[in-house]
Design a protein around this ligand. Sequence first.
Ligand SMILES: NC(=O)C1=CN([C@@H]2O[C@H](COP(=O)(O)OP(=O)(O)OC[C@H]3O[C@@H](n4cnc5c(N)ncnc54)[C@H](O)[C@@H]3O)[C@@H](O)[C@H]2O)[C@@H](O)CC1
Ligand SMILES: Nc1ncnc2c1ncn2[C@@H]1O[C@H](COP(=O)(O)OP(=O)(O)O)[C@@H](O)[C@H]1O
Length: 277
Amino acid sequence: MIETNDPALWRNFLPWPGAETHKHARGRLGVVSGRAHQTGAARLAARAGLRIGAGVVRIYCPPDAVAVIAPAIEAIMLTPFATADALAREVEEMDAVVVGPAAGLDETTVNNVQALALSGAALVIDADGLSVFKGRSAELFAVLDRDDVLTPHEGEFERLFPGLLRKGRESAAVEAARRAQAIVVLKGAETVIAAPDGRVRVNRTGSPWLATAGTGDVLSGMIGGLIAQRMDSFDAACAAVWIHADAADRFGPGLIAEDLSEVMPQSLKALWLGGEP
Ligand SMILES: NC(=O)C1=CN([C@@H]2O[C@H](COP(=O)(O)OP(=O)(O)OC[C@H]3O[C@@H](n4cnc5c(N)ncnc54)[C@H](O)[C@@H]3O)[C@@H](O)[C@H]2O)[C@@H](O)CC1
Ligand SMILES: Nc1ncnc2c1ncn2[C@@H]1O[C@H](COP(=O)(O)OP(=O)(O)O)[C@@H](O)[C@H]1O
């Protein structure tokens, strides 16, 4: 059965901090950055993960990107890595990791995704982390766990699941989640969230203000931030998609991706107070 994504389905599972918590207990999110000229996407994702409540957020970047990222972050931390193996070692302390935004379409990204998949962290894989597996999707699916999340837009979806969209977006997302054995978030004006066990929800509150560069990077950070706080990956994806659109609608005209993390507290506060958002 296809459900409409609604806060009633996941509101009670949102990870609000308890009185005795501390930053490490709230959840640790890693975000993998691209090279020096491609760091904005990771910073958007990292800030969104922090905003949605992860207690610690750390960007992992190639060594050449340190000098670019360091002056552009405050609460977010930064660790350089030189190889995929080094990255896998560094993320051992993380609960969730976002990989793919502006990662680059080369073998480095393939190696990073595969190395991360062997770590204990749940993965949110977006953008280049998906596109780089075009024509070789089995290599991606072989390393995924059921709590990992793929967040393709239709272009990326077609690269991983050629022809599947012809079945219709809902059926395509369900079949994709079954094939990948992971959560699939098929983004668009209506976003479909599907799990390998057959659960599927359609988000019908999409905001057209989201049709601007970088909003998908923000969404990946939001999903990762909720999973880092130990929310079930399917519910985390549903909640993030809904909050993402709610924040966009609250901002309205002129929205750019950077604004989403600044307006998100309004959406979160409405959910926290328990009233109608
Ligand atoms: N601030 C930043 O640094 C940003 C970096 N970004 C990165 O830039 C790179 C390219 O991103 P793109 O999303 O343009 O890359 P894509 O490689 O997905 O290319 C977009 C192409 O996909 C096709 N497509 C089909 N359906 C589409 C849909 N529903 N939405 C978008 N495209 C669709 C279009 O033909 C389009 O030309 C990625 O690495 C991405 O992560 C973007 O996320 C934007 C912001
Ligand atoms: N017309 C629209 N209505 C609602 N949501 C949209 C619309 N267009 C794009 N979005 C949303 O905006 C985000 C765009 O993500 P993506 O295509 O990955 O962009 P980017 O790679 O630039 O970050 C997705 O969450 C998508 O669902």
